[in-house]
Design a protein. Structure first.
Length: 252
């Protein structure tokens, strides 16, 4: 049977961690929680659910996740965020996978988001395939923001959804956009991106049109309109912040 080490990174996740851990217990042979300095009950909740709890000062998402995987006992890793849980169908497909010889080194699953009181089924947010089950020696996370699993070859796919409880309020969505666009601008700057005006002026309206019409946001009602607007705002902010970084670096 294929043994799985489930890995979660945390920082003050007492409100959401219990749900994530409870969904892992039926499929995980080991649960690793790597914490970046929580001051709430995160540690107690993790240990209560039988998790191995490790501390690591925050660097970025990819490095935190790689640290967790490197310290896991088993070669197969399932990476879960603290604001997610496995659906019943996904747990069943993982249990079936554990009893068979693996056909791939990386597997992806669809992710469904709960946003302002409803599941989002369009808007470019679904099926939102995420590569989360992988053989540790075949893949690693990379990227400062929106980290991705890098590997060679093609992934397999498992039935069932990751359930993503993305934000509890619109104010939280606004805060997340501010935080992620700052990180995105820093990443673009570090990668040598120097042109930003065209991307900001043309990319912003295109993002709204793409998410609201082409990706079916209109079918998600007012939530779809909010998602499209915030996606466009994200494009505008990350390029405006890149422009600010460039101006700051070029100032005498």
């Amino acid at each position: 049977m294929n043994a799985i080490s489930a890995c979660i990174i945390t920082l003050n996740e007492q409100k959401r961690l219990t749900r994530a851990l409870a969904s892992l217990i039926p499929i995980a042979d080991e649960i690793m929680v790597v914490d970046a300095g929580s001051t709430d009950a995160t540690a107690e909740i993790a240990k209560r659910h039988g998790a191995i709890f490790l501390s690591r000062s925050w660097t970025n998402y990819a490095e935190q996740k790689n640290f967790a995987a490197e310290r896991a006992t088993h070669p197969w890793i399932f990476s879960l965020d603290a604001d997610e849980e496995l659906s019943a169908e996904l747990r069943s497909s993982l249990l079936a996978w554990k009893r068979q010889p693996p056909a791939f080194s990386v597997y992806e699953v669809s992710r469904r988001a709960w946003y302002l009181g409803a599941w989002i089924r369009h808007s470019g947010w679904y099926p939102d395939f995420q590569r989360r089950l992988y053989r540790r020696d075949a893949a690693r996370f990379t990227g400062i923001v929106h980290e991705a699993l890098r590997f060679s070859g093609v992934p397999g796919r498992l039935p069932g959804d990751l359930l993503h409880y993305t934000v509890d309020s619109f104010a939280e969505h606004e805060e997340k956009v501010e935080r992620y666009t700052t990180l995105a601008a820093q990443q673009m700057f570090a990668a040598g991106r120097r042109h930003w005006r065209g991307a900001m002026y043309f990319g912003t309206p295109w993002s709204w049109l793409q998410n609201y019409f082409l990706r079916g946001g209109i079918l998600d009602g007012y939530r779809g309109a909010l998602i499209a607007s915030m996606a466009a705002r994200s494009v505008r902010l990350k390029y405006r912040k890149l422009g600010a970084l460039l101006a700051e670096r070029s100032a005498p």
